[in-house]
Design a protein around this ligand. Structure first.
Ligand SMILES: O=c1[nH]c(NC[C@H](O)[C@H](O)[C@H](O)CO)c([N+](=O)[O-])c(=O)[nH]1
Length: 151
């Protein structure tokens, strides 16, 4: 039986991070967590691209994945239902868009877009109880290395 799994070693990896600026109090913290993770796992190069909001993530993720310059792309965003009527529209579009980019380009795009009821729930995930940015960065490392192993 042969088992494959991606290591967490960032050596030799080039990662791109697309982060939505909307709800920056949350996404900024998640970005810090992700960069901390990449730094502590010796990732060679990390490029960070900021976009207005989560809705813009798939387009930019596609551009980065197609460039062939990165082993993986990490998408970071925060969609807060709060008073947003189009919460579901934004959340669904981003999830679908990110998944499509991975499948179309063959480059793993990690879905690090939290969808929460309110800002406090978001803060719990962006640094109070846990930093989902760090966790999503670990998934990014694993997928980047796994895809190299499966080549
Ligand atoms: O990332 C988010 N973008 C949001 N909207 C902006 C959207 O992502 C686009 O940037 C905007 O519609 C312009 O295209 C959000 N809300 O509307 O609430 C949100 O909660 N999170």
């Amino acid at each position: 039986v042969r088992t494959f799994e991606g290591s967490f070693d960032g050596k030799g990896l080039r990662i791109a991070v697309v982060v939505g600026r909307f709800n920056d109090l949350l996404t900024g913290q998640m970005l810090e967590g992700a960069l901390d993770c990449f730094r502590r796992h010796n990732v060679d190069a990390v490029d960070v691209v900021k976009v207005p909001g989560s809705f813009e993530i798939p387009l930019v993720a596609k551009k980065l994945a197609e460039s062939g310059k990165y082993n993986a792309v990490l998408a970071l965003g925060a969609v807060v239902r709060g008073e947003t009527k189009h919460f579901d529209l934004v959340a669904n579009e981003v999830a679908k868009g990110v998944a499509n980019v991975s499948l179309q380009t063959g480059v793993p795009v990690i879905f690090g877009v939290i969808t929460v009821e309110d800002e406090l729930q978001g803060l719990d995930r962006a640094g109070i109880k846990a930093n989902k940015g760090f966790e999503y960065a670990m998934a990014t490392l694993e997928m980047a290395n796994l895809m190299k192993e499966l080549k």
